[in-house]
Design a protein around this ligand. Structure first.
Ligand SMILES: Nc1ncnc2c1ncn2[C@@H]1O[C@H](COP(=O)(O)OP(=O)(O)OP(=O)(O)O)[C@@H](O)[C@H]1O
Length: 273
């Protein structure tokens, strides 16, 4: 079943400058798609357009059709649908996790209350069932001491804990599609690996599809399968990530692979010394 069909997506700024050009791809239910490209290549704007969250002044043409089949009556085009329809899709079908969890979290609300919001709104939970679901959501993202974490404000948590809370919120309503935009970039390397493992296993456990966005080829290789390479707002190459790494066709993909190899070699040199 096809969950998302992006077709001819073009994003422009206020002056009409094209930032994303004629991007098309699909996401099947349960599939893990990667979007890779250097900073400024248009990854985030593509993700935001699909989630119906483009910032003011930025406009999009083309379509991004989300098909919820049994959840919503008819497919919703996240580019042209009303804000109400898009909000419904975001609650029930599509969730997002971004680089900086503080942007997703309300600084004035405890972690537990934040996770309760979507559970109450979209799953209709109340009282003890709601409290139990909040606890289960925190357990699921492998947070220990869940009572303390539920009662903490975002600034009282570490970066890794905050990202786990943001993931718990994103997955609380069992989305069919999780859009993760550089979810580990702001974290240090060991926490990064833990969060990637966590995302990997949660997406598998829930059978959610994943649209994983990163500038980092090795990071993409850990969680994504079929992958698109974006450069200057356009898809320049697509294929299974293993093939992109072993036999990149486009010159730009080759540059990304070479950069990752150089980094690996440098690391190896450092650890040998
Ligand atoms: N709100 C905005 N107004 C104007 N231009 C924008 C806006 N957001 C992004 N851009 C421009 O659009 C282009 C693509 O940005 P985008 O954030 O999608 O890139 P990206 O690949 O996600 O990079 P990064 O990893 O650095 O976020 C860039 O040239 C950026 O400067």
């Amino acid at each position: 079943m096809t969950l998302l069909v992006v077709s001819g997506l073009t994003v422009r700024d206020q002056a009409g400058t094209v930032l994303v050009e004629d991007v098309s791809f699909t996401v099947e239910a349960g599939e893990r798609i990667g979007l890779i490209g250097e900073s400024g290549s248009g990854k985030s704007l593509t993700a935001l357009a699909v989630a119906g969250l483009l910032p003011p002044g930025i406009t999009a043409t083309g379509t991004a059709l989300i098909d919820g089949v049994d959840i919503i009556a008819a497919p919703v085009d996240m580019i042209s649908a009303s804000e109400k329809a898009r909000t419904g899709v975001r609650g029930k079908i599509v969730s997002t996790v971004f680089q900086e969890p503080l942007t997703a979290l309300d600084p004035l609300m405890t972690a537990g209350r934040q996770i309760a919001v979507p559970l109450r709104r979209f799953r209709g939970l109340r009282g003890s069932a709601l409290r139990a679901a909040v606890g289960a959501a925190l357990d699921e993202v492998r947070l220990t001491d869940t009572d303390r974490i539920a009662g903490s404000y975002p600034h009282q948590l570490s970066g890794g804990q905050r990202q786990r809370v943001a993931i718990a919120m994103a997955l609380a309503c069992r989305p069919r599609l999780l859009i993760a935009d550089e979810p580990t970039t702001a974290l240090d390397v060991t926490v990064q690996a833990e969060i990637l493992d966590l995302l990997d296993s949660l997406v598998a456990a829930h059978g959610s599809a994943l649209l994983f966005i990163t500038h980092d080829l090795p990071v993409a290789a850990r969680v994504a399968r079929h992958t698109h390479v974006l450069r200057s707002g356009r898809i320049v190459e697509s294929g299974p990530i293993a093939e992109l790494i072993t036999a990149p066709v486009h010159e730009y993909t080759r540059t990304l692979v070479a950069a990752a190899r150089r980094f690996d070699a440098a690391l190896e040199g450092l650890t040998r010394d």
